[in-house]
Design a binder for this molecule. Sequence first.
Ligand code: TXA
Ligand code: MG
Length: 350
Amino acid sequence: MNTKIIMLKEGSLDKSMIKEPAESIKKGKLVIFPTETVYGLGANALDSDAVKKIFEAKGRPQDNPLIVHISDFDEIEPLVSSIPDVARKLMNEFWPGPMTMILPKANIIPDTTSASLPSVGIRMPSNIVARELIKQAGVPIAAPSANISGRPSPTDVERCIEDMDGKVDYILGGEMCDIGVESTVIDCTVDPICVLRPGGITIEMLKRIDKNAYIDPAIMKKPGKDFKPKAPGMKYRHYAPKAHVKIINGDLQKTIAKINEMMQNYIDGNKKVGVMATDETKLLYNNGLVKSLGSRKDMLSISKNLFETLRSFDDDNVDIILSEGFEEIGVGVAVMNRLKKSAGFDILTV
Ligand code: TXA
Ligand code: MG
């Protein structure tokens, strides 16, 4: 397949450039587009054959449902069979933005999109290119992250091209995604609401709407027979670069000392080591390929750079990535969730 790449600027968007990809969505084709979280691989959510092509392009397991994206508030009504009060409050507060609500689905949602579940995830992104594409297509767009299944999600158009060139009809490129981790997925079919996947809308923010809101306890642990995450997608090995990732977490001084010690052992064993550090610590490592995720004072800079940094270590062919850990509050919950999964839960507490 010949993939057409179209570069767009969110700030000064030329809407006419979206016409062709929007038309092609209507015709059942695949279009990659930027969102504020990660790039999405989109198709008409109501067209079962089109949605099947998403699963094929990504190599995605069939039992993992897709999120349906809309461009305006009134587009949610036909897609769901009911909207509880709490969901209305959530959408008024956090849409457009990095929040997906799981609601009972309406019959027009094909089983391919919802993986035969009785519910469906709906999100209204804030990215202007994404919303314009949905609006011009005139249909809701089902879109998982635009990576090959299992790899870190793409936050930059180059990574979409790397994974998906030749497998999709269009790639719309924009600026690097701001948030860098996927949307917060919230089960709104239960009371209190439950976070199935942490993201940019934090539990602290959600508790302002539902004081009893909680995070699915299974998701921060290694999936096993005792801990089965509620969101089908959270059970898979995920966000994994080719190199093995190890997290060292705890007191920062001890973390740095431990990473330096471990690094020397790996280097003595002829391994190429990458260190995922922060602005505050990057000069304190004796050796290895050191990259900073951003400042510890700004967790959004860390989340923004996380996936891209993981993927860039693969370009450098490192054998092992030693990563600092982060406190699990605010966006730190989402960062640690993705980091733990990328490390296959290989985490050392110091
Ligand atoms: O930020 C995002 O959400 C990005 C951008 C493109 O919008 N999309 C994204 O989609 O991350 P995906 O397919 O990579 O992740 C969707 C997650 C999976 O973990 C899936 O299992 C869960 O949402 N999910 C979707 N529908 C669900 C449902 N009805 N019930 C429970 N979990 C659901
Ligand atoms: Mg994904």
